[in-house]
Design a binder for this molecule. Structure first.
Ligand code: SF4
Length: 680
């Protein structure tokens, strides 16, 4: 519904303050207390409310927003119990919800906003919002304001809608004014609104800017969606902050998200909805393939089956590429298969998962979006974007033996992401050091852009890029790929700065539980991660996920395992070492190279392709608080991979630790036995 020009509180509706004191929340939910901004300060309000607290992963097994709303804030646990009972938010009669700073941090899940909106919330008040969460609010038509605006609203004053649009780009302002993304798209198709035209003149551009400029669309007044036309000739330049409409080359969703996309398209455009061009869009069955192996998830298998069924419905209805599981075996993790088979240099790709950024390894621009945005672009073939700023990393030197791209990313997280240099920016990787890395290792760099809170990452193409493309896609038009590849202009502007990283100075890193930016380097003399915690014994070593299930990662695991097996070792007693392939192709490669036998001899548990690692739905998740995992995945936010403590490390460190029983950096030859001295 379109919001009014002057926004006021509705008679009979209430304001919910999410206070640090849980008793105050309980009393408000019970209808025993109503607060105003005059009763509190911003410091009394909860900060950093995580989207996992708003809608834990199990809540997302429902696809209808009204069902999701019933368990709003189910992840807000106090003294082991849910603070919000079932339907508590909806039954409270609230229309405004208030918190402190950085509302909506964590994963990009749109269900967090849906849970509030479908419980009756139309205004979210906070000192600041996490960028993706804010975008989801805009798309869902939930207004965002600050505490001063709330003070005026509670005093009975009206607040101009224009104030709720402050700070947003011109297209997002139109979306806010229309009441969300779908009403905006319909108004656009009906010719009721006109888009601002980009006016940026000739300028040097970064790789991301070049791709967006090359995908610009112009939609004239009165033009329908299908009539939108590419306008590469008239406006070929963009700059950060420009609000533009761009053609989308392709994308994908998986069984955790597709059901909502299908549902939204049916709701908005009817059962016979059509999509613009299904040829380069796809669905994957990869995220929940092993959910029934996780005890906590077994109660949701019925709901997961419904999600799978709805994904099949969308695929059959639209004709998008089908990467469904066969006999319960997935063809692979969406991001891995997409880079192997789908994404080309110069593409603009959108998909419903936060590690979509991995596609940047193919010299493409790719990032994750919510189900609403994805449904809209699948239907229309285009989307609206505010051109992001970029930060450039020029890699020099060469990694020492035993150091990997994962260690580089844990270093970048510590040195650049933690102080927010990468926040919402495109991370551009270039330089002579980049050319020493394989495509798989480069993919680790782009994959973890999301942990850096970056918009995405992109890698400059070189001969290795096109050699790899030719190898993976026999018969593909490599010359066309060369023509579409982008390079940064020499004078391109990097608002985030240009930084040199000497790869030869990198050391194995491990990140402590809680956040991927809690990294420490290893002691080069003994491979120990010396810090305040001392030696860390482990229960689980996991190698897999979109970050670490590629061919090179399997080569890393194999190198260590082979060395250990030759030294007569097996996986350390009491440790489970699990390795999961990223795709069918990766598994085939390992079989052909004879790697499987080595893994089996060492006692490694091998798992078919799939993910779910960071949503508590896959192999390798812990089952109790006292378990310790060292994992080659990408993120270790509290509770996302089970209740235990999760350390992040490289595939080499994970494999070495599986044999020593405690977190240990791999040192080349560390398991090779010194021959006994010859008898005299
Ligand atoms: S690690 Fe796996 S489950 Fe987590 S966001 Fe990436 S692809 Fe999805």
């Amino acid at each position: 519904m379109k919001p009014p020009e002057i926004v006021r509180l509705s008679p009979g509706k209430r304001v919910l303050f999410l206070t640090k004191d849980p008793d105050l929340i309980r009393k408000q939910l019970a209808g025993e207390l109503d607060l105003t901004m005059d009763d509190l300060t911003v410091d009394d309000l909860l900060d950093d409310i995580n989207t996992d607290a708003m809608t834990p992963a199990w809540v997302c097994f429902s696809h209808r927003p009204e069902d999701i709303a019933r368990d709003a804030y189910a992840g807000l646990i106090v003294d082991g119990e849910r603070l919000f009972g079932r339907d508590a938010l909806r039954d409270g009669g609230f229309e405004v919800i208030v918190s402190g700073v950085r509302k909506g941090v964590g994963s990009s899940r749109e269900t967090a906003v849906q849970a509030e909106k479908w419980s009756g919330i139309r205004i979210a008040i906070a000192a600041s919002f996490a960028p993706i969460h804010a975008r989801n609010n805009v798309n869902q038509g939930v207004l965002m304001g600050d505490h001063d605006m709330l003070r005026r609203l509670q005093a009975g004053d009206g607040v101009a809608l224009e104030e709720f649009c402050d700070g947003w780009d011109p297209i997002s302002r139109l979306v806010i004014r229309q009441g969300g993304l779908f009403p905006f798209a319909k108004a656009l198709a009906a010719g009721e609104i006109e888009l601002p035209r980009p006016e940026t003149g000739e300028r040097p551009m970064t790789m991301a800017e070049k791709i967006l400029a090359g995908h610009l669309m112009t939609i004239g007044e009165g033009a329908g969606q299908g009539e939108a036309e590419a306008d590469g000739a008239a406006h070929r330049y963009v700059k950060p902050g420009d609000a533009v409409v761009v053609r989308v080359d392709g994308g994908y969703s998986h069984e955790f998200t597709t059901a909502q996309v299908h549902y939204f398209l049916e709701q908005e455009y009817g059962d016979d909805y059509a999509v613009q061009d299904p040829s380069k869009f796809a669905v994957f069955e990869d995220h929940l393939i092993y959910a029934d192996d996780v005890p906590k998830m077994r109660g949701f298998i019925g709901k997961i089956d419904v999600l799978r069924e709805l994904q099949r419905d969308l695929q059959q209805h639209t004709g998008v590429r089908d990467y469904s599981a066969k006999d319960r075996v997935s063809p692979g993790i969406c991001h891995e298969v997409a880079r192997e088979q789908l994404i080309e240099p110069g593409d603009f790709i959108q998909a419903t998962d936060s590690h979509t950024c991995m596609g940047g390894v193919n010299n493409a621009l790719a990032w994750g979006v919510g189900a609403t945005e994805y449904a809209n672009l699948l239907h229309s073939g285009f989307t609206q974007v505010e051109v992001p700023e970029s930060i450039r990393f020029e890699l020099t030197g060469e990694l020492a033996d035993g150091v990997t791209a994962k260690d580089v990313m844990l270093h970048i997280l510590l040195e650049y992401a933690k102080p927010q240099k990468t926040l919402n920016r495109v991370m551009e990787f270039t330089g002579p050091g980049l050319r020493t890395l394989s495509m798989d290792e480069r993919a680790t760099l782009t994959n973890m852009a999301t942990e850096c809170s970056a918009r995405t990452a992109i890698v400059e193409a070189d001969e290795e890029t096109f050699r790899w493309m030719a190898e993976w896609r026999p018969g593909a038009d490599i010359e066309r790929m060369r023509r579409r590849a982008v390079r940064p202009d020499p004078e391109a502007v990097y608002d985030g700065g240009v930084f040199r990283i000497d790869l030869s100075a990198m050391r194995p890193m491990v990140a402590h539980p809680g956040d991927p930016d809690h990294g420490v380097p290893s002691d080069p003399t003994n491979g120990a991660f010396v810090d305040e915690l001392g030696a860390v014994d482990i229960d689980i070593a996991y190698g897999g996920s979109c970050t670490a299930g590629k061919i090179d990662d399997l080569e890393f695991y194999h190198r260590v395992v082979e060395e250990a097996v030759e030294a007569g070792l097996r996986v350390h007693e009491g440790v489970r070492f699990l390795i999961q392939f990223g795709s069918e192709a990766v598994e085939r490669y390992c079989r052909e190279k004879g790697m499987i036998e080595t893994f089996e001899r060492a006692g490694v548990q091998l798992i078919q392709p799939g993910c779910g690692a960071c949503i508590g739905c896959g192999p390798g998740v812990s089952e109790s608080r006292d378990q310790v995992t060292v994992s080659a995945i990408n993120r270790n936010y509290k509770g996302r991979s089970g209740p235990g403590r999760l350390y992040l490390a490289s595939p080499l460190t994970v494999a070495a630790s599986a044999f020593t029983g405690h977190i240990t950096a791999y040192r080349p030859g560390m398991f090779v036995r010194t021959p006994a001295p010859a008898a005299v």
